[in-house]
Design a protein around this ligand. Structure first.
Ligand code: ADP
Ligand code: MG
Ligand code: MG
Length: 211
């Protein structure tokens, strides 16, 4: 039933909250190297609000849970990443809509909508050293796996691994967007905080789905 998928979305949001809480300090330190140091606290505020807002409508569809969660995330997080994550979670929810069951095609569309929301709002290009540098490899790996006939959970595992590895590789880049730009040289050798948090979150969701 549609509400079972709503429950799954609530459980996934709880995992997202937990992994961000576990890494809050690390994400803040990473952002402090060349940014303003608030990525840990900002993500924490966002995921706390998102998980609570999703939980509050847990008897409804995944679409309703995700749109409520995304709105709360944007409102409460503050900062660039909160606005981007919030709009992406809302876009994924709207893409899923209120169906009873979902196909791999629906999952592919939701991932595409998630990524599109962030690139349209943030306008970062590949190589600008933002979360986009982890998002695009994630999306591409996910779509390639599904095209090859992999089930969605397997595609997610491959995509999350691609996101983590791409996030690590952002250490080689100079930031061209966001607050880290004036301190570009300091950022060399360290990965982008938003790319790292995206890798951590997608890996946790994949582990949860597989367990
Ligand atoms: P703020 O930069 O407002 O302090 P955060 O510290 O929470 O917000 O988030 C910083 C992260 O946001 C960066 O590491 C980067 O991944 C991401 N980011 C910043 N600007 C953009 C953008 N224009 N497009 C995509 N991601 C961006
Ligand atoms: Mg910051
Ligand atoms: Mg900030």
């Amino acid at each position: 039933a549609a509400t079972d998928l709503g429950q799954l979305a609530v459980a996934v949001l709880a995992q997202v909250r937990d992994v961000v809480v576990e890494h809050e300090e690390e994400l803040g330190k990473l952002d402090a190297i060349a940014g303003d140091g608030d990525h840990g606290i900002g993500m924490r505020r966002g995921v706390d609000a998102a998980a609570a807002a999703g939980e509050a409508v847990s008897g409804s569809s995944a679409a309703r849970v995700l749109t409520a969660a995304g709105e709360a995330w944007s409102e409460r997080a503050g900062g660039t990443s909160g606005a981007l994550w919030g709009s992406a979670v809302i876009a994924a929810g709207l893409s899923l809509g209120n169906r009873e069951t979902y196909t791999s095609e629906d999952a592919a569309e939701a991932v595409k909508a998630f990524v599109r929301a962030i690139t349209e709002l943030g306008k970062a290009e590949p190589g600008d050293k933002t979360m986009v540098d982890a998002l695009l490899p994630f999306r591409d790996a996910f779509l390639t796996e599904l095209d090859g006939g992999a089930p969605a959970d397997r595609a997610l595992a491959v995509a999350a691994a691609a996101a983590e590895s791409a996030a690590a590789k952002t250490a080689d880049l100079r930031p061209l967007k966001g607050r880290a730009r004036p301190l570009a040289e300091k950022s060399l050798g360290h990965p982008d905080p938003g790319a790292v948090s995206f890798g951590l979150i997608t890996s946790r969701i994949s582990q949860f789905i597989d367990s």
